[in-house]
Design a protein around this ligand. Structure first.
Ligand SMILES: NC(=O)c1ccc[n+]([C@@H]2O[C@H](COP(=O)([O-])OP(=O)(O)OC[C@H]3O[C@@H](n4cnc5c(N)ncnc54)[C@H](OP(=O)(O)O)[C@@H]3O)[C@@H](O)[C@H]2O)c1
Length: 167
């Protein structure tokens, strides 16, 4: 469940069909979801994540680094001055800070790299923590949905405006 157009309305419809089961490696009961949503420090998905937390649904985050290089991608994450400062102060890279922030939110980052060194780097996020003040700074990052979904909006379709699509 989930994906580009996933919204709370869809979760409410599908929830009764999901079986609660523990997710290995993560604490507490949860519902396995075979898909994911756009989520990163520059598109936090606060509302959806709050809903998922209430319902015991784990969120998987695609484009955790902002998908630089993809059609919908941007540099909102990888060139964030806030993430850059935190990276410098903690001796990590921006990518590591961005990925660590996701796991600290209880979500599962689905990061992509074709570069062996960056793959290794992206895994070094499990033995350190962001400080409370860093987490507060990350909340100040301007929010920007990279995947707009305009192609799903049409006068003759179920979603006539962007707001309807993402509601
Ligand atoms: N379900 C859906 O609708 C959906 C939508 C979008 C994406 N996805 C999936 O989500 C995964 C995430 O991919 P994504 O492309 O959206 O976004 P992403 O992981 O946010 O960004 C990938 C980009 O970041 C670069 N990168 C990776 N690690 C890095 C590092 N440590 N330092 C600097 N740059 C780094 C990669 O370049 P290099 O390869 O050169 O390292 C690539 O250009 C993919 O597997 C994708 O298929 C699913």
């Amino acid at each position: 469940m989930g994906g580009r157009k996933c919204k709370m309305r869809h979760f409410r419809v599908c929830l009764p069909f999901y079986r609660r089961r523990p997710y290995s490696g993560l604490s507490g009961p949860g519902i396995a979801i075979p898909d994911s949503v756009e989520m990163n420090a520059a598109w936090r998905q606060d509302k959806l994540r709050e809903f998922c937390k209430e319902k015991g649904i784990y969120v998987a985050a695609w484009s955790p680094l902002g998908a630089n290089g993809a059609l919908w991608g941007s540099l909102a994450v990888m060139e964030s001055p806030i993430l850059k400062d935190i990276a410098t102060n903690t001796g990590n890279t921006i990518a590591q800070v961005a990925l660590r922030w996701i796991i600290e939110q209880g979500a599962i980052p689905i990061v992509r790299s074709f570069n062996k060194e960056r793959m290794k780097q992206n895994l070094k996020i499990f033995d350190w923590k962001l400080s409370e003040s860093d987490l507060e700074k990350i909340k100040e990052i301007p929010q920007f949905r990279a995947f707009g979904g305009e192609r799903f909006v049409a006068d003759h379709g179920p979603y006539k405006t962007i707001d309807q699509l993402w509601d």
